[in-house]
Design a protein around this ligand. Structure first.
Ligand SMILES: *Cc1c(COP(=O)(O)O)cnc(C)c1O
Length: 360
């Protein structure tokens, strides 16, 4: 009854609601460090808007999201027409995949990377070509990704910083990639964690837009802006793709509340700066701990740390859960990905992990 591409897939299993986990385990408090959300919430300018926003809920949102798109366009210095809004980047990934991929096509991605690229490729009947990251550095291998391109390649997904490794590709690496693939292959730079990237080599992809009509940039309000619950993100789209993507996009895919909250969030860059600063310090807490224990990790340009625990990660996941910490296992045997929380959350989670490791 269903299309055959779905046969190999299973539905996303969301984690249990936090409150339920807390009650089941009889814990006073539970700290979620599993999905790279912002431990500091969102900007005060957002909460102010939300308190005022409930008056016009009986009307459909502005399907075009005009005000938010104008603000995003001004923020980046690009044309408003090029901004595509999505109900989170998950939606944008689905829209692009649906509009571009046909059975027999393929996409290229790093391994490991964000799971949604391949999921939507598979649904559309396309293949996924996975290029392992460099084992020692965790870096995506853009040279190998470029070499893997064939006549059926439609998209190269470049997650930068990459989730879950936290590593980045440099301006030079991205430029070389763009120069070495045919321009009918889309290069999609997923910059969900871009704000957290502090390495000097982190690329300015906006500077490349004019030269490369096959470059798409994606940003989200879910991570540093702290609006994961409202579902809103966007992409900068090359002109010829705007109309086809808008055919696929649901007419009211972003809510009026999400649009106004995102507009308010964008206006408070001081909040963003504060979060970047706290994240850099939080990463250092983890580096100090991991160095002390001689555990292998990748230097992170994101708000999470991916490291080799030298033990079974699923077991550690469960033991951390018993102590009230939800982290992410299952991405690579023995490795955990943990979101950088507030200083006290980091300290407490590190302490919990240390006490578990000491019993091994
Ligand atoms: C979290 C994440 C996204 C999706 O975020 P949305 O909440 O759907 O905007 C996209 N890409 C990467 C790499 C992510 O980690």
């Amino acid at each position: 009854m269903v299309k055959s591409s779905l046969n190999t897939l299973s539905a996303y299993k969301p984690g249990k609601p936090l409150e339920e986990v807390r009650r089941e385990l009889g814990l006073k408090k539970i700290t979620k460090l599993a999905s790279n959300e912002n431990p500091f919430g969102t900007s005060k300018s957002v909460t102010r808007i939300l308190n005022e926003g409930a008056t016009s809920l009986s009307y459909y949102p502005d399907g075009a999201g005009r005000i938010l798109r104008e603000n995003i366009a001004a923020f980046h210095g690009v044309s408003t027409d090029k901004i595509l809004l999505g109900s989170g980047l998950d939606d944008v990934i689905q829209i692009i995949s649906r509009a571009v991929l046909e059975p027999g096509d393929n996409i290229i991605e790093a391994a490991p990377t964000f799971s949604q690229y391949s999921l939507h490729a598979t649904i559309e009947g396309a293949e996924t070509i996975r290029i392992p990251v460099n084992e020692a550095t965790g870096k995506s291998d853009l040279t190998a990704m470029a070499s893997a391109v064939n006549t059926r390649t439609k998209i190269i997904w470049l997650c930068n910083p990459n989730n879950p490794t936290g590593t980045i590709s440099s301006q030079q690496e991205v430029l070389t990639l763009l120069e070495s693939v045919p321009n009918d292959v889309l290069i999609i730079s997923d910059e969900a964690y871009f704000e957290y990237a502090t390495s000097a080599e982190y690329p300015d992809t906006f500077a490349l837009l004019d030269r490369f009509p096959n470059l798409i940039i994606m940003r989200t309000f879910s991570k540093i802006y702290g609006l994961a619950g409202l579902r809103i993100g966007y992409a900068i789209i090359p002109d010829p793709l705007i109309e086809p993507l808008n055919i696929v996009r649901l007419p009211f895919n972003t809510s009026s509340i999400a649009q106004s909250a995102a507009t308010a969030a964008l206006s408070d860059q001081a909040f963003v700066e504060k979060c970047i600063d706290a994240n850099t310090k939080g990463l250092q807490q983890w580096y100090d701990f991991l160095d002390e224990r001689s555990l292998t990790y990748y230097k992170s340009d994101a708000n999470f740390i991916f490291f080799d625990t030298k033990h079974d990660a699923t077991e550690l996941f469960n033991q951390l859960l018993q102590k009230g910490y939800i982290v992410r296992a299952g991405l690579r045997p023995n490795w955990l990905r943990i979101t950088i929380g507030s200083a006290s959350e980091n300290r407490a989670c590190i302490q919990a992990l240390a006490s578990i490791l000491d019993t091994k």
